[in-house]
Design a protein around this ligand. Structure first.
Ligand code: NAD
Length: 358
């Protein structure tokens, strides 16, 4: 089992900023990339936190991830826009795409944003949070262009990515609903985290390179590759297909239909539908009905193993509060990989270590 360090947010942020400067990023990019990754760790999604940096550094050195790139509008249809992410950091491209979409949705009542060619957009919930903060509903269908890692329901090898599906709904006078998950039974990074910690995965999540069920996370992380299965059998598979068709083929003009190329870069295509609920329904009625439903559902008596019923978005808020107070757990193997990434980017690893207090 790998050793776990618990690092307070401020020193970790300082250490990660120093590393991200190694990409040659402008100060705004350093801030956006660092904050997005730290927020993923704070919300409990370590699979999409600072542990992504080794992969980003390899993609950058190989030329598949471009520093200081910005979204380019390739179609302006008013309430329908198409953007090219120019292989830039998803943390910047996602932010800029959402800023544009939010501005248009405020003006027209709704906006559809088709985004292609963005490097890894990371935790898609971050983009829904931006919309919800402006009282907008946002729905995201996302595909992944990288090594195929998810098997179709009934299939024996990997044919597509972990294709996340995300919805953010502001609740007037209450906490927003934030549903954000991979259509695979788990995000691929969760296998990486388990592999780095030397842990096995629960049964029913993975198949090996021969298509047989396994609990060994190595089959989702290193050669020989197997595959992760979709959640909810044919239902999650169906949603994964929709994410590929809308987020990939339609929004990005890029769907997964080839074996792995060996490239390190991870591209995301994302179709975002933004709209203003206040323009569709009486705000008070919508808000009251939502709050009544949420209270009703949460009043269900908890099953053994549960303290209470939670609504999507709640676990992330709870973990954020806990980790803000206590710090972020980082395992030794992942931290070693981060220090290697620093070296790859010609940043002094000792300085990164010192800033993190490790
Ligand atoms: N950019 C990419 O290519 C990519 C690919 C896949 C996943 N992701 C991201 O990975 C992250 C993790 O995905 P995941 O599938 O591992 O998430 P997950 O399995 O932890 O599910 C998260 C969702 O389920 C809700 N949830 C969790 N526990 C709950 C409970 N007890 N009761 C009610 N709701 C609960 C959460 O609020 C959240 O909406 C997401 O942010 C996703 O966007 C990104």
């Amino acid at each position: 089992m790998a050793k776990i360090h618990v690092v307070k947010v401020d020193p970790l942020r300082a250490a990660i900023k120093t590393l991200v400067r190694g990409f040659g990023s402008e100060p705004r990019e350093v801030d956006l990339v660092t904050e997005n990754l730290i927020q993923a760790n704070l919300t409990g999604h370590d699979s999409h936190g600072i542990g992504m940096l080794p992969k980003y550094s390899e993609a950058y050195v190989e030329g598949g991830l471009k520093a200081n790139a910005h979204v380019k509008m390739t179609l302006d249809g008013g309430a329908m826009i198409r953007l090219d992410g120019q292989a830039g950091f998803g943390q910047v491209i996602g932010h800029e795409a959402m800023e544009l979409g939010i501005e248009r949705a405020k003006k027209f009542g709704s906006c559809i944003v088709a985004l292609g060619n963005s490097h890894h957009l990371c935790r898609i919930g971050a983009w829904a949070e931006m919309a919800v903060a402006k009282d907008l509903i946002s729905i995201h269908f996302t595909n992944v262009i990288s090594r195929p890692i998810v098997a179709p329901h009934g299939g024996g090898d990997a044919r597509f990515g972990t294709n996340p599906f995300t919805v953010g709904i502001p609740v007037p006078g209450g906490e927003p609903v934030l549903l954000d998950f991979a259509t695979s039974v788990m995000a691929q990074g969760k296998a990486r985290v388990a592999y780095n910690k030397g842990e096995q995965m629960p049964a029913g999540r993975l198949i090996d390179n021969k298509g047989k069920p396994t609990t060994d996370p190595q089959y989702a992380v290193v050669e020989p590759h197997g595959a992760i299965v979709t959640f909810g059998e044919h239902k999650g598979f169906g949603l994964a297909v929709v994410c590929e068709l809308l987020g990939g083929a339609l929004a990005a003009g890029m769907a997964c239909h080839e074996p792995a190329t060996g490239e390190k870069r991870v591209l995301n295509g994302m179709l975002t539908i933004l709209f203003d609920p206040a323009k569709l329904s009486s705000g008070a009625l919508f808000g009251n009905e939502m709050k009544a439903f949420i209270e009703w559902v949460k009043a269900s008596p908890p099953q053994p193993g549960f303290d209470h019923v939670r609504i999507a978005g709640e676990p992330e808020r709870e973990t954020r509060a806990k980790r803000m107070a206590e710090g972020i757990p980082v395992d030794d193997t992942s931290w070693g990989d981060i220090l290697e990434a620093a070296e790859r980017l010609k940043v002094n690893p000792a300085e990164v270590n010192r800033l993190a207090g490790l």
